[in-house]
Design a protein around this ligand. Structure first.
Ligand SMILES: *Cc1c(COP(=O)(O)O)cnc(C)c1O
Length: 339
């Protein structure tokens, strides 16, 4: 893993903040040029979000030293690019159709992308991926459950990638809490080049607080910590995350969303113009229809917005539909029956 880190990143000495240098408790804090009048937010936040990590550690049964928190998964993914990918030299491997941010972040960081399309059943083409990798292939992005296709990838397929891809493997588990398969965070010790990302944006119901998590070996987490902005997760977000994890309201919501997904799956399959409902391990469903643009526009006229994914690789005439509340899903089905 050490050989994969960019030279300048290996060599740098990280910024040392006031809260890094003094971590005990004092009566009077005169070390960070803050406004001294207390208002709950006048102090800089904990740069290592220790309370949030402790709660995540209890929930996920994984050491706090194996996690990094960021301003959404987007920041976490960007930090991964900046640690491992040398601009204009290195490349990353993407498996379209998949989450658009990997490509955007590659472009921002001036990193070439190599695209190996998923097979017709939306599984990774392992042989093609392993064949195309070269010495500059630093990161492979594996999104499972995949957005927009909604499927989790087969365990043995991912194991082969973890064993035979020579760079960092990022498994994006934004939707893992809706799947019935185990998270790859339980197998970090077996695969030293694995990084698993998760988020508060989907199952945990807090897209608005912007909180993403990377789980990886202590060695990887240490380098990511060295380059992250010192106060990248703000105090309001940390406070809210603690509340979310302590209250645990999301577990019931996840169960309802999964039941609703299965109901929607059935109801959508009954519509004459729906040619295929792709099986879902996430909180959305991809369907293939007759005339996706027309269906999309008709739904919009009825006040319902879905995502038209028809321009994505192997996704012609597809719509991606998020699972809503039971009332919203009922309205969707009623309206769709009338089209
Ligand atoms: C929604 C989503 C995320 C979440 O990104 P945040 O920046 O954490 O909101 C990450 N990955 C995938 C594949 C997603 O669909």
């Amino acid at each position: 893993m050490k050989d994969l880190i960019r030279k300048n990143i290996k060599a740098l000495s990280p910024y040392s903040s006031a809260r890094d240098e003094f971590t005990q408790v004092a009566d009077v804090y005169l070390d960070a040029n803050e406004n001294p009048y207390e208002n709950n937010l006048n102090r800089y936040p904990d740069p290592y979000q220790k309370k949030v990590k402790k709660l995540l550690s209890n929930w996920k049964c994984i050491s706090t030293s194996k996690m990094l928190l960021g301003n959404g998964s987007d920041e976490v993914l960007d930090l991964i690019f900046r640690v491992f990918c040398e601009p204009k030299e290195d490349n990353v491997i993407l498996l379209p159709p998949t989450y658009g941010m990997y490509n955007v972040l590659a472009n921002i960081n001036d990193i070439q992308t190599i695209e190996i399309g998923l097979n017709d059943d939306f599984s990774p083409d392992v042989d093609a991926i392993l064949k195309v990798q070269n010495a500059n292939s630093k990161v492979l992005f594996v999104c499972s459950p995949n957005n927009p296709t909604a499927n989790v990838f087969n365990i043995s397929v991912v194991e082969r990638l973890l064993e035979e891809f020579n760079g960092i493997i990022v498994i994006d588990e934004a939707y893992i809490d809706f799947a019935d398969t185990e998270s790859w965070i339980n197998r970090l010790d077996e695969f030293p080049r694995l990084i698993v990302t998760q988020t508060f944006s989907k199952a945990l119901g807090h897209a608005g607080i912007r909180l993403g998590v990377a789980y990886a070996s202590e060695e990887i987490i240490e380098v990511l910590n060295n380059i992250k902005p010192p106060y990248n997760v703000n105090e309001l977000t940390q406070q809210k995350a603690i509340e979310v994890l302590e209250q645990g309201k999301f577990s019931e919501q996840i169960e309802v969303i999964k039941q609703e997904r299965d109901k929607l799956n059935y109801a959508l399959g009954e519509l004459s113009y729906v040619n295929k409902v792709f099986p879902s391990d996430a909180n959305f469903i991809l369907i293939r229809v007759e005339g996706a643009n027309s269906i999309y526009n008709q739904l919009l006229e009825k006040g319902i917005v879905v995502r038209n994914r028809s321009t994505q690789y192997k996704c012609n005439n597809t719509l991606r539909i998020s699972v809503g509340t039971p009332e919203e899903n009922e309205k969707l089905i009623e309206e769709m029956k009338s089209l």
